[in-house]
Design a protein around this ligand. Structure first.
Ligand code: HMG
Ligand code: MG
Length: 306
């Protein structure tokens, strides 16, 4: 079995993690989280989204967050954008790059962005064109790649079609989202086989929510299939506002522990990442979703566990 020598982790905690929190979170707390994440060595942080605040109230302060964060050279600060209006706001906030988000399931597309898959792709065309004009890279997401909370099973071919369209439109990378965390390692390998025939594997990313505790197994399966970019959320923060019962992304700390164990280079400091996760959990008054972080505390005590 061969593994890549390097993997890029995309930290989505400040966006995918926090978007689902019901309690108000101050701009200062969000900025502290992003700055702490930047100090760990993470080179790609999704810091917010420019969506309708009626749909996702928690992301309403994203402009203020981008204005206040302390940008580190070499770190990409990204934001989600659903339409041209969101793009204009992202541009004004001087984001490093944007992400558009589609779904492989019609029902989820309607619940999440209030339009069909085809209409969403049409809506992204001017966004991609405007981004190109301003030299801003665009990442694409496909949700519900291994199952949908409304439509159930999703055929990998359906995912491949949406992924291919996003790629053809100009997305430099397509992140495959197991939004409700139902996937298994076998289904993940099959998915990458099918999608990988339409989009180069080097331009695919894995985005696994951990609802059924399968995310690390699915990441391992993806690594074997040649995927080298993974999204994760510090302390396993989050869920999806339009996917009832779905838990957060797999914890970044746990993914890093897996990668470290495989001898795969990421440039990220596990101790600092664990500290960051524990700090945001204390702020939110929420249980830490990282098994690794909890194990290190149990072993070394709070102060020395990092
Ligand atoms: P709509 O209601 O169909 O469209 O929403 P609209 O044009 O009628 O807009 C509704 C209101 O929002 C209007 O305000 C617009 O002006 C305003 P009103 O006139 O009623 O006062 N509006 C905006 N405000 C701020 N920024 C904007 C914007 N656009 C319109 N960009 C829309 C359509 C797409 C806007 C809406 O459905 C939406 O914002 N959805 C976002 C949902 C979302 O953010 N979901 C979570 C992220 S996706 C995810 O988590 C999955 C992922 O992690 C991968 C995975 O796990 O699968 C990425
Ligand atoms: Mg997600």
């Amino acid at each position: 079995m061969s593994y890549p020598s390097q993997v890029r982790l995309v930290e989505v905690g400040p966006r995918d993690g926090l978007q689902n929190e019901k309690q108000p979170i101050s701009v200062a707390a969000k900025v502290r989280l992003i700055d702490d994440l930047g100090a760990t060595g993470l080179a790609h942080i999704e810091a917010g989204s420019f969506v309708s605040e009626k749909w996702v109230p928690q992301m309403a302060g994203s402009s203020e967050v981008f204005a206040a964060l302390h940008r580190r050279p070499g770190v990409t600060y990204a934001a989600l954008v659903p339409n041209l209006r969101g793009f204009e706001a992202a541009l004004a906030a001087e984001v490093s790059e944007i992400a558009v988000f589609a779904a492989a399931s019609e029902a989820f597309s309607r619940r999440n962005i209030n339009c069909s898959i085809a209409a969403s792709l049409k809506r992204f065309e001017p966004v991609l064109a405007a981004a190109e004009q301003h030299g801003i890279r665009v990442r694409g997401y496909v949700s519900c790649v291994l199952g949908c909370p409304y439509d159930g099973d999703i055929a990998p071919e359906q995912v491949a079609q949406v992924a291919r369209e996003l790629h053809a439109m100009g997305c430099y990378e397509v992140s495959l989202g197991d939004t409700i965390g139902v996937g298994t390692a076998r289904a993940t390998r099959r998915l990458i086989e099918v999608v990988g025939a339409r989009v180069p594997r080097s331009q695919l990313a894995g985005h696994f929510h951990d609802t059924y505790g399968q995310a690390l197994a699915n990441i391992h399966a993806s690594l074997i299939e040649g995927v080298t970019v993974f999204d994760a959320s510090v302390a396993g923060l989050g869920g999806c506002p339009y996917a009832k019962g779905a838990t957060g992304n797999v914890a970044s700390e746990d993914v890093l522990y897996l990668l470290n164990g495989l001898g795969i280079e990421t440039g990220i400091d596990l101790t600092l990442l664990c500290e960051t996760g524990r700090r945001i959990c204390a702020v939110l008054g929420r249980e830490n979703g990282s098994r690794v972080s909890k194990a290190l505390v149990a072993r070394h005590g709070q102060d020395r566990a990092g």
